[in-house]
Ligand binder design. Sequence first.
Ligand SMILES: [Zn+2]
Length: 71
Amino acid sequence: MAQTIAPPAAGAAPAPLPLKTIAPWALFVGVLMLVLLYFVGAEQGATSLLSGTDVHEWVHDGRHLLGFPCH
Ligand SMILES: [Zn+2]
């Protein structure tokens, strides 16, 4: 089955997204990344929110990859 795709018309640019549309998603992703950074970098010992070592073991390789102190 042969399909052809028409090339985009010259001068056709995608419509810009307004900041009001992007801002809530950017905030959500930023908070999500901070939570992820916390769990990778600081979820251990005195700053631990969850008891046990399960979270530490799950993110252990990421901790070493990003250069956080571990052991
Ligand atoms: Zn380690």
